[in-house]
Design a protein around this ligand. Structure first.
Ligand code: 5GP
Ligand code: ZN
Length: 112
């Protein structure tokens, strides 16, 4: 856990979140500023800064996050969806605790 990390605080229950899934390794909750009708984040409980700081030891965790996306998207009523992992400031990352965005619903998403 990292003391100043907003997602660590969510994992610990210190900041409220609208959770849609939780197990020993990951938590998923609705994004506070959704960009589409449905927009949630899949977040490992372990504090890992970004995709760029992952190594082979994170392979199982990353696979789990990826496989959870279609399962949770379906539960949320999505037929199609987009996944996004912003990495580093230049990649648009604002919260430095790795997370995967899953979003969709409504109109077809633009190409970019
Ligand atoms: P990033 O730009 O790092 O990929 O995305 C961070 C995301 O976390 C943003 O979409 C932002 O809306 C979301 N977010 C930031 N703080 C909170 C929070 O306290 N609760 C929830 N549910 N989402 C948050
Ligand atoms: Zn964290």
């Amino acid at each position: 856990m990292s003391a100043d990390c907003i997602f660590c605080k969510i994992v610990q229950g210190d900041i409220p979140s609208k959770n849609i899934y939780e197990d020993d390794d990951v938590i998923a909750f609705h994004d506070i500023h959704p960009i589409t009708k449905v927009h949630f984040l899949i977040v490992p409980k372990q504090h890992v800064e970004s995709l760029a700081s992952c190594s082979s030891q994170h392979q199982t965790l990353l696979g789990k996050m990826l496989l959870l996306a279609p399962e949770l998207a379906k539960q949320q009523g999505l037929v199609g969806f987009r996944t996004m992992i912003n990495t580093g400031r230049e990649g648009g990352q604002e919260v430095f605790h790795i997370h995967m965005h899953v979003f969709g619903g409504g109109d077809t998403l633009p190409r970019t």
